[in-house]
Design a protein around this ligand. Structure first.
Ligand code: HEM
Length: 193
């Protein structure tokens, strides 16, 4: 049962890939296919950040430790989709010409903050293994708190690029605030013990 649920979550996490493949094969990407692909992976990156952040609150609410075993996988999928999102932007928009990309990172604040979020994901992905948890001990938790900053950067990136908070960016912002409030509550209740 244990390993089955992980396998199921793994294949469910590939949903964004199935979806975009279907849209490519059946020509459903619309008039701006490149933007469609970039946005698709950007949105799914944000969804995976929220899913990763939901595991601890779900553990508390359902009083079941089961959720925690999906957290690492969901975190790694977040990094995977963020990387595909960035690579589709660099590859499809700029054909891997890094000069305009560097200009964009420096000049457009929404790209700068998106890129910063991606950079912050790297230490989380690198230290995600059991071995690293043991090696880094208390510091591991500290490093992995970066996910909150990454979530905030991701939502800011979305609000800035949309030039409005209505409506999808607002929904993501509200969900992120709820999850951050949960975290504050959990930390407070742990420190009381
Ligand atoms: C954790 C990292 C990131 C998250 C959560 C994220 C999230 C998003 C979201 C939600 C969108 C809009 C999707 C939509 O409109 O449906 C988006 C679009 C975009 N992102 Fe990101 N992103 C991240 C990193 C990056 C990076 C590293 C780059 C490039 C260096 C980047 C460049 C873009 C671009 C160019 C767009 C499309 C803007 C347009 O429509 O013109 N993002 N991203």
């Amino acid at each position: 049962m244990r390993s089955y649920s992980k396998i199921i979550v793994f294949f469910l996490s590939l949903w964004p890939i199935y979806l975009i493949t279907y849209q490519i094969v059946f020509n459903q990407l619309g008039p701006e296919p490149v933007d469609r692909i970039i946005n698709h992976f950007g949105e799914w990156t944000l969804i995976f950040i929220l899913l990763t952040l939901s595991m601890t609150p779900l553990k508390k609410i359902t009083k079941s430790i089961e959720w925690i075993k999906f957290r690492r996988m969901l975190g790694l999928f977040t990094f995977f989709y963020a990387s595909v999102h960035m690579l589709s932007y660099v590859g499809l928009d700029y054909r891997f010409d890094f000069e305009p990309l560097i200009n964009d990172v420096l000049k457009k604040k929404f790209i700068f903050i998106g890129f910063s979020a991606w950079l912050l994901l790297i230490p989380l992905a690198v230290t995600s293994s059991e071995k690293m948890v043991r090696l880094l001990k208390k510091n591991w938790k500290k490093i992995h708190r970066l996910i909150y900053i990454i979530g905030i950067f991701g939502v800011l990136h979305y609000i800035w690029l949309s030039k409005t908070i209505f409506f999808k960016p607002l929904i993501f912002l509200i969900l992120l605030i709820i999850l951050l409030l949960f975290r504050i509550k959990i930390t407070k209740s742990v420190s009381k013990i």
